[in-house]
Ligand binder design. Structure first.
Ligand SMILES: Nc1nc2c(ncn2[C@@H]2O[C@H](COP(=O)(O)OP(=O)(O)OP(=O)(O)O)[C@@H](O)[C@H]2O)c(=O)[nH]1
Length: 393
């Protein structure tokens, strides 16, 4: 990567995103329904119990109602999961020998990380009163604009701050590669005229991470991080089908309180299947499927996401020890990457706000009850609903 605009072409050394978890589905041995004949070998789903194989087929929804019925009846639960208290999130240490660090899952991650370049950064004053620094990334595996929302002034991107030959101080300020704050008439990017703080670079123009100059060195203290996947419906269209909007706001609140943190915002709408397919999945859910079944019926994996871009972005920001806000154990393994470039030292649970008591704020709907139930029962999310909170009906 020789300049911020010089992104390697797709053919160069592309690390392929790997879908996270291949959903294991237990076939109910006592079921009386008979499986319909297999049609093809696509979208093979392995049974966790007996290792038999089920196949899904194209246009199954309209063409094969009996198959749908069979699938709906026989998708049973595989991942009993438990954990945290529903109150204020307390972080849970992630120990290298624990249940999350499943070697098979780690070994299935790509050997190489995608290449990312932070092309611009800007200060955003927010309606909450805090200031954030929005970082926009390009990469060599897709054409999407992934983001890092950074809380705290001294988290710095290596690729953004790199000095390029012939680049002026004005160019650097325009890209957002400056120390301190911008104000009318400022003319240096690498030195803050108000405080005298200065950035330092090696002979290749790479930023030197240095405590004395208020640039955060490789952080020994873990930084609070959320890896958030885009959800137009939950974040913009006030959807009560999922808790994505609430999780996003809560992550921002916690990071604002801590004065430091980073939300990596990945453009993988609908767990990677895209908004159009997610809307179809919603219609299937209204017809009786759960979130996992709806994806499978549309011939998508239960979760089509990859988190290797998040790993690369965190490494670019020099955030290598992190406390991860998540209930999804797959994310912990995925974001650490095959070689554990990033280390998740703690997991901070994201407990739905509505579970904090009968009068608590938070999303309440029958759809979200089903959505969370499926996450817990089928996707292994580490949440346990307190028994004193009744289901919405
Ligand atoms: N396919 C599909 N995607 C959904 C649905 N509801 C929300 N999403 C997407 O799910 C993604 C968020 O992932 P979640 O599975 O909710 O949570 P997670 O990121 O795996 O785990 P946490 O870190 O604990 O939040 C976003 O991309 C949403 O757009 C749905 O019903 N179907």
């Amino acid at each position: 990567m020789s300049s911020p605009n010089n992104i390697p072409s797709e053919s160069q050394n592309i690390a392929q995103p790997t879908p996270l978890r291949k959903l294991s589905i237990s076939i109910n041995q006592n079921s009386t329904s008979t499986p319909p004949p297999k049609e093809d070998n696509n979208n093979t789903v392995n049974s966790a119990k007996d290792n038999t194989t089920t196949n899904t087929t194209n246009n199954m929804i309209s063409a094969q109602p009996s198959y749908n019925k069979y699938l709906f009846e026989n998708l049973s639960l595989v991942s009993p999961a438990v954990t945290p208290s529903p109150s204020t999130p307390k972080s849970i240490p992630v120990i290298p020998t624990n249940e999350f660090l499943n070697n098979n899952e780690r070994n299935s991650l790509p050997d190489e990380l995608p290449q990312v370049v932070c092309v611009a950064r800007a200060r955003i004053p927010t309606t909450n009163g805090q200031e954030i620094f929005l970082h926009l990334y390009s990469n060599n595996i897709d054409n999407k604009e992934h983001l890092a929302i950074v809380f705290g002034e001294n988290v710095r991107s290596k690729t953004l701050f790199k000095k390029y030959p012939h680049e002026t101080q004005s160019d650097r300020m325009t890209r957002g590669a400056y120390i301190g704050k911008l104000y009318p008439g400022r003319n240096t990017a690498d030195k803050d005229p108000k405080t005298g703080e200065e950035l330092h670079f090696d002979i290749n123009g790479e930023l030197i991470y240095d405590n004395q100059h208020s640039v955060c060195p490789e952080s020994e203290e873990s930084t609070l991080v959320r890896i958030h996947s885009e959800c137009y419906t939950g974040e913009t269209a006030w959807s009560a089908r999922c808790d994505c909007g609430e999780q996003f706001d809560e992550a921002g609140r916690l990071m604002g309180k801590a004065g430091r943190g980073c939300i990596v915002y990945l453009r993988q709408e609908g767990r990677g299947i895209g908004l159009g397919e997610k809307l179809k999945a919603y219609n299937l859910q209204d017809l009786g499927a759960d979130t996992v079944q709806a994806n499978l019926l549309l011939r998508h994996p239960a979760d089509a996401r990859s988190f290797s871009l998040a790993t690369a972005i965190l490494a670019d920001l020099n955030l290598t020890n992190i406390k991860l806000l998540t209930n999804n154990p797959d994310k912990i393994i995925a974001v650490e990457g095959k070689n554990r470039l990033i280390k998740v030292t703690e997991r901070v649970p994201m407990v739905p706000l509505a579970w904090n008591g009968p009068h608590a704020h938070g999303i309440k709907s029958k759809e979200i009850d089903g959505y969370l139930r499926t996450k817990i029962e089928k996707m292994g999310h580490l949440l346990q609903k307190p028994i004193n909170i009744s289901n919405h009906s």
